[in-house]
Design a protein. Structure first.
Length: 328
């Protein structure tokens, strides 16, 4: 197959690890913030005093019983509340086999592969990308082989996202891109060989191992710039298109029958020659050419007649007649 250079990707766009903190640190910050807000509200008397708690109110609030809310306390409550909201907004749960790609105003900021509860900057946009090993069964795809005969192929592709930055930002939709590349690579690969090689021995598309290896190699090269990794491409079904299936089936049977007849005749000729040589050794008498030809003809007819193969060995007289131009 003619080599084709795959598309080139932006070398600057590569996956890199984003800054992410353990989720328990964020939860601890939330608890501290909530505790600070409660403490401020207790000291200012906004929250009614509970006798079971230590008296944390300020002296003025304790003596007058009135609520004292000064500007510093308001600022403290607002700061603690903003801290709690900011911290909670950055929490996310990352399941196994999933990543989060972080961007800000369209610019790539890193990928979070850590699983569990993590905290990231809430000002960044988070987009989920599945990096698990996946398989995809293609629909029947109609292509043509090297002889121009239409065939229908179904494939099983095993793949995964390797570079999340390229898979998400280098192309619009990496799953659609994979499907389109499968069809393009299949069209090129199928046009290099015939579907069957009955008439002329040689490689064919029905050689499943060659077809799978070639499809895997070509497809992996095409989708690598998009951050995808292809493990294997296996043909699930490969047959002629319905409009030519019956005629190609008859042609294939005819080719197989012709090949079988050739093999039977060749084997019969070898067996007859071996029998004549053994007969000469057993009788210690070498047959002349005419006798050997006659015996070979009789043995050949005896060997191939049960198989329904018509075969004849020309006699010496017939060969001499052809040399002189006379009919045998």
């Amino acid at each position: 197959m003619t080599s084709r250079r795959p598309p080139r990707a932006d070398q600057a766009l590569r996956e890199q690890r984003a800054t992410a903190l353990p989720g328990w640190l964020a939860l601890l910050a939330v608890l501290i913030g909530v505790g600070g807000v409660l403490l401020v509200l207790l000291r200012t008397g906004v929250i009614p005093y509970w006798d079971a708690l230590p008296d944390l109110r300020g002296s003025a609030a304790r003596e007058s019983g009135r609520v004292e809310v000064d500007a510093p306390w308001i600022a403290a409550v607002a700061a603690a509340g903003l801290l709690v909201v900011f911290t909670l907004a950055g929490l996310l749960a990352n399941a196994g086999g999933e990543t989060r790609v972080l961007t800000r105003w369209g610019r790539y900021r890193g990928t979070v592969r850590r699983t569990g509860l993590v905290w990231v900057n809430p000002l960044l946009r988070r987009r989920r990308v599945d990096v698990r090993l996946r398989h995809w069964r293609s629909e029947p795809v109609k292509v043509v082989d090297r002889t121009g005969t239409p065939i229908v192929v179904r494939l099983l592709i095993v793949w995964r996202v390797k570079d999340t930055a390229r898979a998400l930002l280098a192309i619009e939709d990496h799953e659609s891109y994979l499907r389109e590349q499968v069809q393009a690579v299949l069209t090129r690969t199928a046009s290099t060989l015939p579907c069957d090689s009955n008439a002329a021995p040689g490689p064919a598309l029905r050689d499943g191992q060659w077809f799978a290896d070639e499809m895997t190699r070509a497809l992996a090269a095409e989708v690598a710039p998009a951050g995808l990794e292809v493990y294997s491409v296996q043909p699930l079904a490969l047959d002629y298109a319905p409009e030519v299936a019956e005629s190609m089936r008859r042609r294939r049977l005819a080719d197989l029958d012709a090949g079988l007849r050739t093999v039977l005749v060749d084997d019969a000729v070898e067996a007859a020659a071996l029998a004549v040589r053994r007969l000469e050794r057993a009788t210690a008498h070498e047959l002349d050419e005419a006798a050997r030809s006659a015996l070979m003809e009789q043995l050949l007819v005896a060997f191939v007649a049960p198989a329904g193969v018509a075969a004849s060995v020309p006699s010496p007289a017939a060969r001499a007649g052809r040399k002189e131009g006379r009919p045998a």
